[in-house]
Ligand binder design. Structure first.
Ligand code: UDP
Ligand code: MG
Length: 311
């Protein structure tokens, strides 16, 4: 059995060594069957240099792909999965928030239960603020309702995959890589294993509220066309309401000679309707933008340098 460990790294100079040492310690017995695939996602600090230094020390098989700039974690994951050669592939962050001891546990589960092709770790106790937790809850409710695939709320991309599943993921041609969706879209049996997330070792998280928000939008538009349907239905409903209103106004004027006073009503109606129109155009625009991205068909990332301490 060969295991590849894919580690996306962006500005993790201070974390990669502790991460590497801890992982080597956890995988002590099987280290000769392990390859590390670090993806340096255009780090501005000395991450690449540090990784090569680790490689030169020769403690394990270390490979590194270095991007020409920051392309984002999703692109890093694709590059890592493409490069990985193992029968099993683990995906783990470089900041030791996800402890490598769980990789051993996940491998054990896959070995004992060959019917599973993936073990995904999920956080039993979430460490996040109340507001963020609320919005995340809302997002998962929504996306599970409007898509046909299942999104597990607390599962991250910390997982171990079989070769079969990795090949299925890599066969998807799309450029929008919302990995949570892709993992469940390809199917296969997934075992959800609870784990406890640690606090970040050094440096800070690259996610803030807005990046999470746009990530959530990405997820919805990548896996569902329901928002388009909702905006058409909304248009239809408003159309019917306006017909009814027209009748009411005409009949009122004919029967009672009541000249409908209504400047404020008009104002609020115009505001309401133009607001809804803009919203719907925006929704269509989101899909258009997605198509534009796909049609351009640019590569997901550009590799500046490759390193392998066994070559
Ligand atoms: N990461 C990356 N490219 C990016 C942002 C993050 O490769 O543009 C890596 C980062 O180095 C880390 C992992 O993705 O190994 C998770 O990032 P982070 O810790 O910032 O996210 P969080 O744990 O807060 O979800
Ligand atoms: Mg982290």
């Amino acid at each position: 059995m060969q295991l590849s460990i894919v580690v996306p790294c962006y500005d993790e100079e201070e974390n990669v060594r502790p991460f590497f040492e801890e992982t080597c310690r956890c995988l002590d017995g099987i280290l000769e069957h392990v390859e590390f695939v670090f993806v340096d996602d255009g780090s501005r600090d000395g991450t690449a240099k540090e990784l090569k230094k680790i490689g030169e020390e020769g403690k394990a098989h270390v490979r590194m792909l270095s991007f020409s700039r920051n392309f984002g974690k999703e692109a890093g994951l694709v590059a890592g999965l493409r490069a990985a050669t193992g029968d099993f592939v683990a995906i783990i962050d470089a900041d030791l928030q996800q402890h490598p001891k769980y990789v051993v546990k996940m491998l054990g589960i896959l070995n004992d239960h060959p019917e599973y092709d993936c073990v995904a770790a999920y956080q039993e106790k979430r460490r996040e603020g109340k507001t963020l937790g609320f919005f995340k809850g809302l997002f998962y409710k929504l996306i599970n309702r409007i898509t046909d695939i299942e999104f597990h709320r607390s599962a991250s991309d910390f997982r171990v995959l079989s070769r079969k599943m990795v090949d299925a993921i890599l066969a998807l041609p799309e450029r929008c890589r919302f990995s949570k969706g892709i993992f469940s879209w390809v199917g296969f049996k997934t075992y959800y294993m609870p784990y406890e997330v640690e606090t970040r070792q050094k440096g800070k998280s690259k996610w803030d509220f807005w990046s999470l928000f746009s990530y959530a939008l990405d997820g919805i538009t990548s896996f569902s066309d329901k928002p388009l349907i909702i905006s058409s239905v909304l248009g239809l409903i408003l159309f019917f309401i306006s017909i009814v209103m027209m009748f009411v106004v005409v009949i009122k004027t004919l029967l009672f000679g009541d000249p409908v006073a209504g400047f404020p009503t008009l104002c609020s109606l115009i505001l309401l309707l133009s607001g809804i129109q803009l919203l719907c155009i925006g929704i269509v625009g989101q899909y258009l933008a997605k198509m534009y991205e796909e049609i351009k068909a640019r590569p997901l990332y550009v590799i500046k340098e490759e390193y392998d301490n066994q070559k």
